[in-house]
Unconditional design. Structure first.
Length: 78
């Protein structure tokens, strides 16, 4: 039976400075930088997916920290 997936909506803050885009996922406190907004979005999407997958994998070293990771938020300053 195929697994049903639900959309995941995350809050992201971004800004461009000196020709470089910086994005931070406020819900997981993950950040990336890239020269274009599209590249930054793709990098952040891949990072979020990878971190969630790693945290939830039972055979992963990160599995014991999954709950803490999935509740980690960016500092209020963002």
């Amino acid at each position: 039976m195929a697994r049903k997936t639900l959309p995941l909506f995350l809050r992201v803050y971004g800004e461009r400075s000196n020709g470089v885009w910086s994005l931070i996922c406020l819900d997981f406190n993950l950040a990336v930088q890239a020269e274009s907004l599209q590249e930054a979005k793709l990098k952040l999407q891949q990072m979020v997916k990878s971190n969630i997958t790693d945290a939830l994998a039972e055979d992963s070293q990160d599995h014991e920290f999954a709950v803490a990771f999935l509740r980690r938020k960016a500092p209020v300053a963002f």
